[in-house]
Write a protein of this length. Structure first.
Length: 301
């Protein structure tokens, strides 16, 4: 399969490029030169997109402005890149008779829906997003463009709403894998599996987050006494934290449920919290060390 992959200088784009390249003819596009970028160019360049879409079988669209750009880049740039460029990419796909697109979205767009009071929020694909920032709003708007194209033109679209996935202090990153975090390599695997879908004219949305040991009935206790829930549901993590003299989180405020992608695409993440500890012990930059214990404790509270 010949695949146009946008945003391949970024963290997720790189991981997807590495996962797909041994099996497909991947064209990596980004405006920043990198080892995973085949074409240096801007996603907003319609003429370039038109050329790159010629002879392509599928598109994986990862390029976007993200949460760290909020307050730094003007809102108009978010609209221009996250929405406008996406709309032009869809049009180029239709002109070139491309039938399949995988779109990298984010669980961040659930916004206020994941910030309840008095109990942890249980988030699945049935939860209605309540966007807060321009980042949330533009990612949701881009999703709507893909849904409309699927309905009107028969595009096969997979929307991957991925959870938190960037280097953070190790304790935080470790327990996030149980509730609201995921490894970039597992995100890439979800994209690869989505490309294997054979149903045309369908737009499916998938939450991609680490498999949680928690249950819906834990939500109130996760808010008030997360340590007790962890001792019951994740005793190995508790023991590993005690060995490293790390504090456990007193409160967990949300859980992202990835049951749908596991069931429908056969996605099975390989990199859980133990991999975070392994990467830390190996001194790799994928995990941040704890600068001092008090900072770690504040982060976990």
């Amino acid at each position: 399969m010949r695949i146009l992959l946008t945003g391949t200088a970024g963290r997720i784009g790189r991981a997807i490029y590495v996962r797909l390249s041994p099996f497909h003819d991947v064209i990596g596009l980004d405006k920043i030169p990198a080892s995973t970028v085949d074409i240096v160019g801007d996603i907003t360049d319609t003429a370039l997109l038109s050329r790159l879409c010629e002879g392509v079988d599928a598109i994986v669209h990862t390029a976007a402005l993200h949460a760290p750009h909020v307050g730094i880049m003007p809102d108009t740039e978010f609209e221009h890149i996250n929405v406008g460029a996406t709309e032009r990419l869809i049009q180029c796909a239709l002109v070139n008779n491309i039938k399949q697109i995988v779109f990298t979205s984010t669980t961040a767009l659930y916004g206020s829906a994941s910030r309840l009071q008095g109990r942890a929020a249980w988030i699945d694909e049935q939860t209605l997003p309540q966007p807060i920032s321009i980042y949330h709003r533009t990612k949701l708007a881009a999703e709507d463009l893909f849904r409309a194209a699927s309905e009107s033109a028969g595009l096969k679209v997979s929307i991957i709403r991925m959870s938190r996935c960037f280097p953070e202090p190790a304790p935080l990153m470790a327990w996030y894998r149980l509730s609201r975090g995921v490894d970039a390599r597992d995100v890439a695997e979800a994209h690869a599996l989505a490309l294997e879908r054979s149903v045309g004219g369908v737009c499916e949305t998938y939450i991609v987050s680490g498999v949680t040991p928690f249950q819906k009935e834990d939500c109130e206790e996760l808010w008030h006494d997360a340590v007790s829930v962890l001792k019951c549901r994740a005793p190995e993590l508790v023991r590993d934290f005690i060995k490293r003299s790390w504090d456990l989180p007193e409160k967990i405020d949300r859980v992202y449920d990835s049951a749908k992608v596991q069931c429908e695409l056969g996605w099975n993440p390989r990199f859980d919290y133990k991999n975070v500890l392994l990467l830390l012990d190996q001194g790799l930059s994928e995990v941040l060390p704890i600068k001092n214990l008090s900072n770690a404790q504040r982060s976990l509270s």
